[in-house]
Write a protein that binds this ligand. Structure first.
Ligand SMILES: NC(=O)c1ccc[n+]([C@@H]2O[C@H](COP(=O)([O-])OP(=O)(O)OC[C@H]3O[C@@H](n4cnc5c(N)ncnc54)[C@H](OP(=O)(O)O)[C@@H]3O)[C@@H](O)[C@H]2O)c1
Length: 297
C-alpha cells in the first residue's frame, strides 16, 4: 500500500478514471468530481465517494489531483472552490505547454495552494503499473510529502525540478517525437503496401530500427551539449542527399509511389544547413536551427 492520504480526483475522462482507480487500488480514500456525473459510476462502484459539489470535492482531501483537458478548464472548474484549496496540495495531470503550467502555478500561488504539475507518460490502461512514467515538477518539499501517495499512479514517479513548468517541458519534448516517428513508419507502410506486401512484414524491422535509433541518441546529445558537430556518425550531407532524391522522385513515374510532400520542409532545413557550410557536420547541428535563441517554450 502506498499510504492512506485521502485524495480527490477532479475529471473522470479516460485518464482521470484510471488515476482514481489506481488511488482506490492502493488504499487511498478517494473522492471524485466530474462535470458529467454518469462517468463517476465506475469508480464509485470500486469504492470512491462522488461529490457533485466542487467545493465539497476539494474540501474532502488534502491532496487534489485534476485531470481534465486543459489548464484553462481546470481553473474554470476550480474557481468556485478556490477558497477551499488554500492549504491543500493541487496536482494537475493534464497535458499542456510549459507556459500553461506557469500560469497554473501562479493561479495556485494566488490561492495559497501548494502546487505540482505532472505529466502521465502512458495510456490510461498502464496507470498504476510498475513501469509507468509520471513526471512531476514544482516545490520539492511538497513532492516529497506526497511522493508515496503519487507513487500509486506508476512505478516511474520522477520529480524533474522545483520549477513548476519542467514536467510540461519534458512532456512536450517527448510528445514531439511521437508523430514524426509514427509518420516515418506510416510512410514505410505506404511504400510496402504500394507493392502489394502487407504492412506487418515491416514491423519487426521497423521495431529493431527504432531501437538502433535509440542507441545513437547519447552520442547526438553529447554533440548538442558540447556544440562540437565535427565528428559525425551521420552527416547533414548524407541526410540532405538521401531526402532530396526521395522528395524529388516522390511523385514521378519512377519514384517510390508515395506522397512525400510532408518531407519538403525537412529538406529545406537540411538545405539551409548545407548552405551554411554544415554538409560534413553531424545532423545533430539541426538543433541549432530548431532552437530560437533568447526564447524558451
Ligand atoms: N488518454 C490518454 O491516453 C492520455 C495520456 C496521457 C495524458 N493524457 C492527458 O490527460 C488529460 C485528460 O485526458 P483524457 O484522455 O482523460 O480525456 P477525456 O477522456 O476526453 O476526458 C476529458 C475530461 O475533461 C473534462 N472536461 C472537458 N471539457 C470540460 C469542460 N469545459 N468543463 C468541465 N470538464 C471538462 C471531461 O468532462 P466530461 O466527462 O464531463 O466531458 C473529462 O473529465 C488530457 O490533458 C490528456 O492530454 C491523456
Amino acid at each position: 500500500m502506498a499510504g492512506e492520504t485521502p485524495v480527490t480526483v477532479i475529471g473522470l475522462g479516460a485518464m482521470g478514471t484510471a488515476l482514481a482507480e489506481a488511488f482506490i487500488d492502493s488504499g487511498h480514500p478517494t473522492t471524485v468530481w466530474n462535470r458529467s456525473h454518469r462517468k463517476a459510476e465506475q469508480v464509485v462502484a470500486k469504492g470512491a465517494e462522488f461529490r457533485a459539489d466542487i467545493q465539497e470535492a476539494v474540501a474532502a482531501s488534502p491532496l487534489v489531483v485534476t485531470c481534465v483537458t486543459t489548464y484553462d478548464i481546470t481553473r474554470r472548474i476550480l474557481a468556485p472552490a478556490a477558497d477551499h484549496l488554500a492549504g491543500r496540495v493541487l496536482v494537475t495531470l493534464n497535458s499542456g505547454t510549459p507556459s500553461g503550467a506557469r500560469e497554473m502555478a501562479a493561479w495556485a500561488a494566488g490561492h495559497e495552494t501548494r502546487f505540482l504539475d505532472g505529466a502521465v507518460m502512458s495510456v490510461p490502461s498502464a496507470v498504476g503499473t510498475p513501469d509507468t512514467l509520471v513526471f512531476y515538477s514544482g516545490d520539492t518539499a511538497t513532492f516529497r510529502t506526497h511522493e508515496a501517495a503519487l507513487g500509486a499512479l506508476g512505478g516511474g514517479t520522477v520529480h524533474l525540478a522545483a520549477e513548476p513548468d519542467v514536467a510540461a517541458l519534458y512532456d512536450s519534448a517527448l510528445g514531439g517525437i511521437l508523430l514524426p516517428a509514427l509518420l516515418g513508419f506510416l510512410q514505410g507502410a505506404a511504400m510496402v503496401t504500394g507493392r502489394g506486401l502487407p504492412a506487418d512484414t515491416l514491423v519487426p524491422y521497423a521495431a529493431a530500427w527504432l531501437e538502433k535509433i535509440g542507441a545513437i541518441l547519447p552520442a547526438l546529445a553529447e554533440e548538442i551539449d558540447t556544440g562540437d558537430y565535427t565528428r559525425p556518425g551521420s552527416s547533414v550531407g548524407i541526410f540532405h542527399d538521401g531526402l532530396s532524391s526521395l522528395v524529388d522522385d516522390g511523385d514521378t513515374e519512377e519514384g517510390p509511389g508515395i506522397d512525400t510532400t510532408w518531407l519538403g520542409p525537412v529538406r529545406d532545413l537540411l538545405r539551409r544547413a548545407v548552405a551554411d557550410g554544415h554538409r560534413d557536420h553531424s545532423v545533430s547541428v539541426l538543433t541549432e536551427y530548431l532552437r530560437r535563441p533568447g526564447r524558451s517554450v
